[in-house]
Write a protein that binds this ligand. Structure first.
Ligand code: ZN
Length: 71
């Protein structure tokens, strides 16, 4: 019985950790309220007003996707 519980528990942990990997990180410009993919040229140029945040977080703060990279 204990063994089954351990298996269920480890599967749960695995699901939780893989879902956090799926959460997209974007580079959010707090001044223009645009978010970029980290690979975007504008994200790399933006060093003063930008921070890496969760995409959901950026949208929550009124963020709009960049026209170049699509967010
Ligand atoms: Zn961009």
């Amino acid at each position: 019985m204990k063994k089954i519980l351990t298996v269920i528990f480890s599967v749960l942990i695995l699901c939780l950790s893989s879902s956090s990997v799926l959460a997209e990180t974007v580079v959010f410009n707090w001044k223009t309220l645009k978010y970029h993919k980290p690979s975007c040229q504008w994200a790399q140029k933006c060093t003063v007003n930008c921070t890496k945040v969760d995409k959901k977080e950026a949208i929550k703060h009124g963020g709009k996707p960049c026209k170049v990279c699509g967010g």
